[in-house]
Ligand binder design. Sequence first.
Ligand SMILES: C[S@@+](CC[C@H](N)C(=O)[O-])C[C@H]1O[C@@H](n2cnc3c(N)ncnc32)[C@H](O)[C@@H]1O
Length: 224
Amino acid sequence: MNARLQAIANLITKNTVVADIGTDHAYLPIDLILSGRISRAIASDIGKGPLATARANVTAHGLTEQIALRLGSGLAPYQLEEVDIFVIAGMGGHTIAEILAEDVAKARAARYLILQPMQNRPFLRQYLYDNAYRIDSEVIAQEGSKYYHILKVVAQSAQKPSKFDLTFGVNVVKDDNYYSYLEHSIQQKNKLADQLKSAGKTAEYKRLVDQIEQLKGALNVRNR
Ligand SMILES: C[S@@+](CC[C@H](N)C(=O)[O-])C[C@H]1O[C@@H](n2cnc3c(N)ncnc32)[C@H](O)[C@@H]1O
């Protein structure tokens, strides 16, 4: 498994019933069972093609008794209180929020949710705060120059996150990946700031410079 899926697997409590929404290849539930972390999982996908891939992989590993496969969108294929943990990974932040909004009772009945948005992370964090979810922690997985934020979320209201946290992460685990992510973000934003300056977009440039200063401040905490 890649670093992203491994980081998700590490957040799964032992002996829970896990549902993997949008499972595609089913690598996550297969690994969770093979590693002995859990003994039963349900994997679902909206697409017949991905579900066929999942079925082929589950069968190849001899895990058809342990991993149930279901076709359907979001939480629709699940009963209320059927699972302990919903994992929704590898989709955009809007899609993840839509999935949660379509089946509020089921989502809130889980012990916790593991969400891994590929894009629109600030939107998803705002959605979670607005809808009385608390981001218990965020872990960052790194694969080359790519950084993936993995959110562990519980159905409890939370203190309003700062704008910086909504943008860069709430309750992030401050490990090497986090500081590497901050350095990477500063580099990216410096490039963009140069472009804005050359284009004479002064207001946008100043906003970005403020953000870069905040990122540098967060990075300095490690260097103290
Ligand atoms: C990029 S794959 C991610 C696979 C895996 N979860 C991972 O993180 O590696 C996204 C999968 O989500 C599925 N998907 C997209 N929208 C969905 C929805 N509303 N409900 C269930 N599955 C969905 C797609 O069919 C696709 O198989």
